[in-house]
Write a protein that binds this ligand. Structure first.
Ligand code: S3P
Length: 170
């Protein structure tokens, strides 16, 4: 079993922020699947969606998962919101879900200092009604695939990363 932490959850819930805080506190490497895809393709996620479509992006996520399976261990990996769907997710490490209500996530994103750019870079968040529908569709699947579920609503980062550490190997 790999000792990676695979951090999943809905767009805007704070996976990247959590990953950076965790890596700093527990002194481990942290990578992000969207960043890996952007560096491999030299394109932004938004551009990939616009130019090649969502299906192509999902293939790139699967390539990324295959690379993690063959080459990455002892690493904290934050994942795009749809990454839970890759076929080998359970082989990549301990799957940790960040969980919160849709309204809390939307409020977190839309009141952030750089809210405009946070919303703009996420093609699937361009229409809040559609995003809410996607949240509802994914809610159960996220929980089913997760080894550990962390409720992050109104919890401070110190406690979130402590809980992740308790439930994982790195
Ligand atoms: C997506 C989430 C995004 C990014 C892409 C698709 C999704 O990542 O991978 O826009 O399907 O939920 P974040 O969860 O980091 O926003």
């Amino acid at each position: 079993m790999k000792k990676n932490i695979i951090l999943i959850g809905f767009m805007g819930i704070g996976k990247g922020t959590t990953a950076r805080a965790y890596a700093e506190k527990y002194n481990c490497f942290n990578i992000d699947t969207d960043d890996l895809i952007e560096s491999k393709t030299n394109q932004k996620v938004k551009e990939i969606f616009e130019e090649k479509g969502e299906g192509h992006f999902r293939k790139l996520e699967q390539d990324c998962a295959d690379w993690i399976e063959s080459s990455v261990d002892n690493t904290f990996i934050s994942c795009g919101g749809g990454f839970y769907n890759v076929e080998n997710i359970k082989k990549l490490g301990t799957v940790v879900l960040l969980d919160a209500s849709y309204d809390w996530i939307y409020n977190r994103l839309s009141t952030a200092e750089n809210a405009k750019s946070k919303l703009k870079k996420r093609p699937l968040f361009s229409e809040p009604k559609k995003a809410k529908k996607l949240y509802k569709e994914r809610e159960k699947a996220y929980k089913k695939i997760a080894d550990v579920i962390i409720d992050v609503e109104n919890k401070d980062m110190k406690n979130i990363i402590k809980e992740i550490h308790t439930g994982s190997y790195i």
